[in-house]
Design a protein around this ligand. Sequence first.
Ligand SMILES: *Cc1c(COP(=O)(O)O)cnc(C)c1O
Length: 347
Amino acid sequence: MSALPDFRSDNLAPALEAVVRAVADDHIAALRTNVFAGSRFLESELDAGLSVCFARDVESIPVVTGTAANALALAALVPGDGAIFCHEHAHIRGWEAGAYAFYSPGTRLIALPGAGAKIDPNAAQAAIAAFRVKEPATRAAISLTQSTERGANYTPAEIAALGAIAHEADIGVHMDGARFGHAVAALGVTPAETSWRAGVDVLSFGTSKLGSLNAEAIVIFDRVRRAQFADPVKRAGHKLSKRRDLAVQILAILDGDRWIASAAHANNLARRFADGLAALGLPCAEPVDGNQIFVPLSAALAAKLTQAGLQLLEWTEPGLHRFVFAHHHAESDVDRAIDLVRHCVRP
Ligand SMILES: *Cc1c(COP(=O)(O)O)cnc(C)c1O
């Protein structure tokens, strides 16, 4: 039997064939015609594609990492010396080496609690009110992650509640959408409903985990304009000379809703694995709304599983293990993993 696939991170997912083909075809066409210009032209095509996706006119900036998308978007909302309200488990807080402060010097994060890594609205209200006593709104933003760092999805109503709290205080709203597609697929809502219609001003729209090579888009709905990003994007080294490659990738994954199909497949596998583990007496510790699951495992069981060939990733708490699914995993892979766990639990 071949080795089990790696379920530790969806960053490990290969690109979709259609995406690789689109990039290759674009270059091959350029070789034939001897014209490979028009990055700008493709960027306006990207805006047009994203405007259809989000059902309103948007501006966008393609970058190569979610970290860059988050940090640049936050710096546009809070240019420096300010505050960003986020969940205590937020990726911007624990996993980006302080990138937000690199682009927004002097800015601090204010960590908020909430189940499933969703920001508790009462905590947000109180923290924003305390901040606004002393400081101007231009120095603050709230950042929420969809799906969250603990596998949950905000409903549109939950986003709207946080959006209203922020906007009442005149504070901008950022969404880290590294797994935005997983949330859209799971919630069965339109991209608009879980973004700008619920009050999101700027979205980091992730496609790398869904099957692009390396393309994320900062999608601008309100409060900032694309022109504000020109210098920071260049200064940060994110203005790729061949940035049309990024636009081509994102357009290819939007085409025919490939991103939604990829996300729905990954979500289904997460549910399948979670149900399989629960039947073996290993319930998940967090919501299973998207493509990630978090399962407490004893040290003894974890050692057995590793020995048997399942690669494990212990998350932010001892014993809590994360599994993430992506388009290249098959149901049979998940079933084999469940069998392996069964053998280790009941030898
Ligand atoms: C993966 C991820 C990102 C982006 O990470 P990069 O490795 O910088 O592309 C951002 N936010 C969340 C919640 C993520 O899971």
